[in-house]
Design a protein. Structure first.
Length: 65
């Protein structure tokens, strides 16, 4: 899913910069681009969380000093 999102982001950016893109389309592309960039950060955070779960980061006992 992350790969698909990252593949679409440059396409949306190109559409936004094209001269023949209507204002309505440009606005929609900007909204979509904003949502997708937010989704990327969420997926990256989720991947770090899953990695930490797999590495048992949250399940190790703390030693008292």
């Amino acid at each position: 899913m992350l790969g698909a999102i990252q593949a679409v982001i440059p396409q949306l950016s190109e559409m936004i910069l094209e001269l023949n893109t209507s204002e309505e389309e440009r606005k929609q592309c900007l909204e979509d681009l904003h949502k997708l960039k937010h989704a990327v950060s969420c997926y990256e955070w989720l991947q770090r969380f899953v990695n930490d779960l797999q590495n048992e980061v949250y399940f190790t006992e703390r030693t008292e000093e």
